[in-house]
Design a protein around this ligand. Structure first.
Ligand SMILES: *[C@@H]1O[C@H](CO)[C@@H](O)[C@H](O)[C@H]1NC(C)=O
Ligand SMILES: *[C@@H]1O[C@H](CO)[C@@H](O)[C@H](O)[C@H]1NC(C)=O
Ligand SMILES: *[C@@H]1O[C@H](CO)[C@@H](O)[C@H](O)[C@H]1NC(C)=O
Length: 333
């Protein structure tokens, strides 16, 4: 018993006076990741924004990134709101454990998305938004099989939408809005594997008809507003669809609204500035979740159905039609 106590106190003294180096300076950051991060910093011109990326410190403490809680590999790189200029460094492809990669609000960012991102096989979310990157949307993005969200909104992207994006098996959120995209919506977009994906294509220069294939797929949100799309899109509605948000405003859509049955949980329906005719279907009055409606600037006629939220909306949500009448507009004659 005595000897044991002696040994224990001896080891306590040893620990107190000769602490092992791994105790005092546990470096968590993976040296390979650190090297890549420093390459990225150099490629961006050693900006003040990344001043915390000091080679003498643990990279898991650096600004704009996140390490895994156990492995300490870099899993997220999120650079935003900066005066940084240049291009997306191709070295980002050498952070093999990245799940999230984001470049947001970087007006001086130009160039294109580097092909090296295809090495990021674990990537779940890729966002390059509100930058000045340009050129076409690369086809190679369809190799990122783990992507759940791809957001390339508010850039200067041109060319047509690559049909291959629908091959991404887990993609639930696709934002290509506010670019300069041309051509039509790919036929393949009716084939998304995810259950109810959301698709944002607004503020582009898309033309042509919306492919019929999209009518066989359930979508959560569809935003095609401010394009030059045409034709009948009534097939995008229907009772069994999971649609919550539908913004088709400011296009050239032309169809009879009278017989359209809207999905039960529809929250937003914006059809303003099209060439839609017929009357507002009675079913609109039984949409309990409807929070926003705008059917102004079309060729609609007849009495606004009474009930639900329909009389609570403003007149501007109905005005400038051929002959819509009844509350909140003037009484029918
Ligand atoms: C792109 O650059 C122009 C001028 O160079 C700037 O005015 C604009 O805000 C930038 N765009 C974005 C989305 O940051
Ligand atoms: C898609 O997601 C499911 C469920 O999260 C996962 O099991 C599957 O491996 C993913 N598929 C791919 C190709 O990443
Ligand atoms: C409905 O759309 C029209 C046309 O864009 C617009 O003038 C009006 O303000 C909108 N109403 C509401 C409440 O958003």
């Amino acid at each position: 018993m005595k000897t044991l106590t002696v040994i224990m106190s001896l080891s306590l003294i040893l620990v107190l006076f000769f602490p092992s180096p791994s105790f005092s300076s546990a470096v968590r950051c993976n040296p390979k990741d650190k090297k890549v991060l420093l390459t990225i910093k150099t490629a961006l011109g050693n900006p003040y924004h990344l001043a915390s990326w000091d080679p003498k410190t643990d990279c898991c403490d650096w600004y704009c990134l996140e390490c895994h809680r156990k492995t300490y590999r870099v899993i997220a790189l999120t650079i935003f709101d900066g005066e940084l200029s240049g291009q997306i460094p191709s070295a980002v492809g050498d952070l093999p454990y990245l799940k999230t990669l984001l470049f947001h609000k970087l007006p001086n960012f130009v160039g294109t998305i580097p092909q090296t991102v295809t090495k990021l096989t674990r990537l779940k979310s890729l966002e390059v938004s509100s930058t000045n990157i340009s050129g076409p949307i690369p086809d190679f993005l369809s190799q990122l099989k783990n992507l759940r969200s791809l957001d390339l909104s508010f850039n200067k992207l041109t060319g047509s939408i690559p049909p291959s994006l629908s091959e991404l098996p887990n993609l639930t959120n696709l934002r290509l809005d506010r670019n300069r995209l041309t051509g039509s919506i790919p036929d393949s977009f009716g084939n998304f594997k995810a259950k109810v994906p959301s698709l944002y294509l607004s503020h582009n220069q898309l033309t042509g008809y919306v492919p019929k294939s999209l009518g066989f797929k359930r979508f959560r949100n569809l935003d095609f507003s401010r394009n030059k799309l045409q034709g009948d899109i009534s097939f995008l509605f229907g009772p069994g669809k999971g649609l919550w948000g539908a913004d088709f405003s400011k296009n050239l859509f032309e169809f009879d609204l009278s017989k359209v049955v809207f999905p039960k949980y529809l929250r937003v329906l914006d059809l303003n500035h099209n060439k839609i005719y017929g009357s507002l279907p009675q079913g609109l009055a039984s949409l309990n979740q409807l929070q926003f409606l705008n059917v102004s600037y079309n060729s609609l006629c007849g009495k606004i159905p009474v009930g639900g939220e329909l009389q609570r909306f403003e007149t501007t949500e109905y005005f400038n039609n051929k002959c819509l009448c009844g509350a909140p507009l003037l009484a029918c004659k």
